[in-house]
Design a protein around this ligand. Structure first.
Ligand SMILES: [Zn+2]
Length: 69
């Protein structure tokens, strides 16, 4: 049995999002093993926190960015 090696990169995907604070596009890494998650990522441009709400259901693929203000 050779098994099926799980590629780490396949489970993590880089997505480009628009910072709701400064409007710049930044790249965030989404963990695709979790269908629905919400976490806070600091913008690499303006350093303000962005609430990233991810919903990766089969026919509902959504990444939402919300300001923390
Ligand atoms: Zn920003």
């Amino acid at each position: 049995m050779t098994g099926c090696p799980i590629s780490y990169e396949a489970l993590l995907d880089e997505e480009e999002i628009e910072c709701p604070n400064c409007g710049e596009f930044i790249t965030v890494v989404i963990d695709k093993t979790i269908d629905a998650q919400q976490y806070i990522e600091d913008c690499s441009v303006c350093c303000k926190p962005i609430i990233i709400d991810v919903n990766l259901n089969q026919d509902f693929n959504r990444i939402l960015c919300i300001t923390n203000d």
